[in-house]
Design a protein around this ligand. Structure first.
Ligand code: PHE
Length: 474
């Protein structure tokens, strides 16, 4: 991709869509979405998540792609440049900053989980899952994430691949890889859904994922002390709604500068609105398919739906251990999941790299290695916060290090950056500039403008005000 002097572009609209889908579809869909849905009460979480994807996420995709294309710089440079063109404060550059810093934090733990997929690909190929039961699947996973050497090896292997691709410039290799491998992942997911559907508890899965119980989402249990002091057993809370909002951004690669950076490589002839809808639709279908593949096994084997980050790694190996050709399917699945994770991680390394490249004028290779290694080192903290590993007992506001980084980015930085991006395109950039950049039909533009200008800021604002209120009032 581009050096600082000459800004490169995608070779075609299809290449861009594939790269953007490659960025969007990743661990967020297959690892994070199912376990968050599990913790968030199933159907209610899924429904709120989908609403956010289509009414806030997709309009934000449009906003970020068009800002990126207009600015043609790193997220920081782009935001400053457009603010200047529109005669607005240079402080808008902070949105870009938050993206660059957020992406750096996210890739530091994303790469750890990316490493898990590589390790699981090897385990599957070696036949380690043959005939395993739920208890063995769990002890295998916990044993692995608690191993200080193995987790580091896989984390740095994953980071090395990411650095290698980003250093080379993503265009050639990435474009080719995604056009073949993304459809392959899709195909294998379909096979898994069918297999789980026949052998696992499909009826319960459908009920769990699509029959919302909003009570689970909007109320959470009070603390024992509060109940003792006379409070009701449950209290109204937006926590899960905020989680779903953050997840919709995370899954669409929003608010971390990734999509904005990809937008900067877009040519003028690409229709941004239509592309955004395609990306969002592909992304949500993969997430739903992952849920449909995983939960039948979770229910059939009595695994804990709210078990957290190990869910995929503890459920699917049981299925691979029993199905015909399980070794082949297992290896393929984790291999393709690793590929999906890599096409996302390169888009996470891209914003920090494009920013540092722009600032220092160093060559791309040097920047990619420096930033990648730095994020890798920061990631050691996340890797060691898992299972019974060395830092497992460290708590930040009650969360382990990996979950704390996730909370900070997913639930705070990303929704805030999204809020300000919506305010920026809706109220600070002129309507005329946006119309010109988007070149949409009048009606489509009006719908987008309404969503970006009113719906997104109001929805995100309400969630935040409630959160601040809860924090202060307790
Ligand atoms: N969207 C990616 C996923 O779902 C993660 C990601 C987030 C990538 C933000 C880039 C930017 O796995």
């Amino acid at each position: 991709m581009a050096g600082a002097t000459q800004h490169a572009h995608w070779s075609s609209r299809w290449a861009f869509i594939m790269a953007a889908v490659g960025s969007a579809v990743g661990l967020g869909n297959i690892w994070k979405f199912p376990y968050e849905a599990g913790q968030g009460g199933g159907g209610a979480f899924v429904m709120v998540y989908l609403l956010f994807v289509f009414f806030i996420g997709t309009p934000m995709l449009v906003a970020e792609l068009s800002l990126g294309r207009r600015g043609q710089l790193s997220p920081v440079g782009t935001m400053k440049k457009i603010a200047q063109e529109e005669k607005k404060s240079h402080w808008w550059g902070l949105i870009g900053w938050s993206g660059v810093v957020g992406a750096f934090i996210v890739i530091s733990f994303y790469s750890v989980v990316g490493g898990w997929t590589l390790a699981y690909m090897v385990k599957a190929a070696m036949g380690s899952f043959s005939g395993i039961d739920a208890a063995t699947a769990e002890s295998t996973f916990v044993g692995y994430i608690s191993d200080p050497v193995m987790t580091l090896v896989s984390h740095f292997a994953f980071m090395a691949i990411t650095i290698f691709i980003v250093a080379k410039g993503v265009q050639g290799g990435l474009e080719k890889a995604v056009t073949v491998l993304m459809p392959a992942l899709f195909a294998i997911l379909i096979i898994l859904v069918i297999y789980s559907g026949f052998t696992g508890d499909f009826a319960k899965t459908i009920d769990f994922l699509f029959n919302p119980d909003f009570n689970e989402l909007l109320y959470k249990p009070n603390t024992p002390e509060a109940i003792a002091a006379g409070a009701p057993a449950q209290r109204f809370s937006f926590d899960m709604v905020l989680q779903a909002l953050g997840q919709s951004f995370f899954s669409l690669s929003l608010a971390l500068g990734s999509i904005m950076t990809y937008g900067s490589y877009l040519t003028k002839d690409v229709k941004i609105g239509r592309s955004a809808v395609t990306i969002a639709a592909a992304d949500s279908s993969v997430a739903l398919m992952a849920g449909l593949a995983i939960f039948p096994i979770v229910f059939a084997y009595g695994l804990d739906v709210a078990g957290g980050g190990g869910l995929v790694f503890m459920s699917l190996p049981i299925a691979f251990g029993q199905m015909p050709l399980g070794i082949v399917f297992g290896t393929l699945f984790f291999g393709l999941l690793a590929v999906a994770a890599i096409t996302s991680s390169i888009s996470l390394l891209e914003p920090p790299v494009s920013y540092v490249e722009e600032k220092t004028g160093w060559n791309r290779r040097k920047v990619a290695i420096t930033m990648g290694v730095a994020a890798g080192v920061l990631g050691i903290l996340s890797a060691y916060s898992q299972g019974t590993n060395m830092l497992a007992d460290v708590r930040i506001f009650g969360l382990n290090i990996m979950d704390a980084k996730d909370f900070l980015t997913n639930n705070i930085m990303m929704p805030l950056a999204g809020l300000f991006t919506a305010l920026f395109v809706g109220w600070f950039v002129t309507r005329k500039s946006m119309m010109e950049e988007l070149a949409m039909e009048d009606k489509t533009f009006r719908i987008w403008y309404f969503l970006a200008r009113f719906v997104s800021p109001t929805a995100i604002g309400i969630i935040f005000i409630k959160l601040i209120y809860d924090t202060i009032v307790g």
